[in-house]
Design a protein around this ligand. Structure first.
Ligand code: GLC
Length: 557
């Protein structure tokens, strides 16, 4: 694993070689001064002359630079630096306290954070569990604050859970499936801690979480990048874990597309919301996980085969997504004029999308400048809805070209009221209403228009927006969004989501003290404070990938 040899050189190369160190030595070596809340507080005392030292403290210039020799994306340039972010907002300290309250311990070790710490709520449901996807912003907050131990514990604990035999009724799930969530049960009498995990067999709707495995891989790379601790990713059980997750997706079958076919509700939107098929959220996470895996897998016997498959898939996925999921004014106009029923490989309208199926709203929504990856593409179906997570991850993983990334930012600016409104950020736009809502959601009372997954506003998405803004050199967009969130988040008790066209109302059934709302805010703040943190969750453009070929000439490649 040549690439890995370059990880974290910043941290330890002057001391001794990484392979000479065991876990214990490494963690001692890498021990940074505890930053914690004190660090947040001290920023207002810090003079501007300290800025350059802060900027080089980060770690984005090692791990992936092997694969993207283009180097930095300009994120450390003074132009993209937002000096205002050094004034810590009073709610930062409160947020850290709330985040620490959400910690979950297993045999005395912190292993994750609970989804919501809402004592007022009558129904606990599964909000008292550690969700894999929910833990990601918590993990990033801890990594950025120099506390990697909990992230390591989480990665190892979930890896153990992956090894369990998983069944729904009498049907056995694939070996690689990672849980959606787990819960630690304390038995005070026998002084025993036990874990129960949910792989979809208890989840509402009984859907396995496709995103969990991808987030696990992405987080393992973030940990490695941030700490320089190669030894975790190099462990045989971690290597196997990565391979098992990806083997579920890379197996050959009936697919005619490189995208991953999914059931409704298999990701953050974990209820029926018409996101079955090839949802952008999963495709973008898949792409990012494949790229992260490529950086961490060893070139040994089993790893080699996996690496080859990954490379082939990345190539095809990149082409497919950039060509068929991308929508801008020009593309919309082309689809509007599509001919249908074209047979053979010369077809321009490959998926036979009928122009009459284009929804009215998109003609007003699409600005002259700007574009985005649409929600879903499959035979005769284009879901034109905007999904925030998928588009931000497309930017972070460099699935989007630099031009496409800029266009996504242009769209967010041009459609600020619709996508940000009074509380960042809309999970999806627009909402599905009336008869369509009945058919699409199965009359789901939680997903009524402009609520929850159906056009609700989720503060957790703030960290993804901020990361995407920094990557594209437009931190002022994030600053505006954070300012909006700060006026209400603490006062409202860190709700899970907001309702309404502008996101003005606390969500109908939103939990309070939702951990990822808290952690998402902290990560957004820390990213703005020190943009070099971006390297943990961002990958540079892969220069080896061929430039995009025009759609009409693509049939023979
Ligand atoms: C909701 C969200 C899901 C999240 C869970 C726990 O079900 O849709 O994405 O993981 O709550 O917070």
């Amino acid at each position: 694993m040549d690439a890995d040899k370059h990880i974290g050189i910043r941290n330890v190369s002057s001391i001794c070689s990484l392979t000479q160190l065991d876990d214990h030595d490494l963690s001692r070596l890498l021990e940074k001064p505890r930053l914690n809340i004190e660090r947040q507080r001290s920023f207002d005392e810090r003079s501007l002359t300290d800025l350059p030292t802060l900027l080089v403290r980060g770690s984005y210039d090692n791990f992936d630079s092997m694969h993207s020799p283009g180097g930095r994306s300009g994120i450390d340039t003074p132009a993209s630096w937002d000096g205002n972010s050094f004034n810590p907002h009073p709610i930062v300290a409160e947020a850290w306290e709330a985040l620490r309250r959400s910690l979950v311990y297993f045999r005395g070790q912190p292993v994750g954070t609970i989804a919501a710490y809402d004592h007022a709520s009558e129904e606990v449901l599964n909000y008292d569990q550690v969700f894999v996807r929910d833990f990601v912003p918590s993990a990033l907050a801890f990594l950025m604050n120099g506390e990697p131990e909990i992230v390591k514990n989480f990665l190892l604990k979930t890896l153990q859970l992956q090894g369990w035999e998983k069944k729904v009724d009498r049907f056995k799930l694939g070996e690689g499936v990672m849980p959606a969530s787990f819960k630690v049960l304390h038995d005070p009498v026998r002084k025993l801690d036990m874990i129960v995990a949910d792989f979809g067999e208890s989840a509402i709707g009984r859907v396995a979480p496709v995103d969990s495995g991808f987030w696990w891989i992405i987080l393992l790379r973030a940990y490695t990048k941030s700490t320089g601790d190669l030894s975790l990713a190099e462990r045989p059980e971690c290597q196997k874990g990565i391979r098992l997750i990806l083997m579920l997706c890379l197996a050959e079958g009936f697919d005619t597309f490189p995208t991953l076919l999914c059931a409704d509700g298999c990701s953050m939107i974990d209820r029926r919301m018409d996101v079955y098929g090839y949802p952008i959220e999963i495709q973008a996470l898949f792409y990012m996980a494949l790229r992260c895996a490529l950086m961490m897998l060893k070139h040994d016997g089993e790893g080699k085969d996996c690496i080859e498959r990954i490379e082939k898939r990345l190539h095809a996925l990149n082409y497919h997504m950039r060509s068929y999921f991308w929508l801008d004014f020009q593309q919309l106009n082309d689809i509007y004029r599509y001919k249908t029923e074209e047979y053979s490989h010369t077809a321009v309208n490959k998926f036979n999308v009928i122009p009459d199926s284009i929804p009215d709203w998109i003609f007003d929504f699409m600005p002259m400048r700007g574009g985005y990856f649409i929600g879903n593409v499959s035979p005769a179906r284009m879901d034109f809805r905007w999904f925030c997570l998928g588009n931000c991850v497309a930017i972070l993983s460099s699935l989007a070209t630099p031009e496409q990334s800029m266009a996504i930012m242009d769209l967010i600016e041009a459609r600020w009221d619709e996508l940000v409104g009074e509380m960042p950020l809309k999970i999806a736009y627009p909402a599905i209403e009336s008869h369509e809502w009945r058919i699409v959601t199965g009359c789901d009372p939680k997903n009524t228009r402009w609520s929850y997954h159906n056009g609700g506003s989720w503060p957790v998405l703030l960290w993804l927006l901020t990361a995407a803004c920094i990557k594209t050199g437009r931190p002022q967009i994030a600053r505006q969004a954070i300012d909006l969130a700060e006026t209400r988040l603490l006062k409202d008790g860190w709700p899970e989501y907001y309702d309404g066209k502008l996101g003005r109302f606390i969500g109908k059934q939103a939990r309070k003290y939702q951990t990822w709302s808290i952690a998402g805010y902290l990560v957004a703040k820390m990213l703005l404070e020190d943009p070099s943190h971006l390297g943990m969750i961002s990958l540079e453009e892969d220069k080896q990938r061929k430039p995009m070929i025009k759609r009409s000439s693509s049939w023979n490649c």
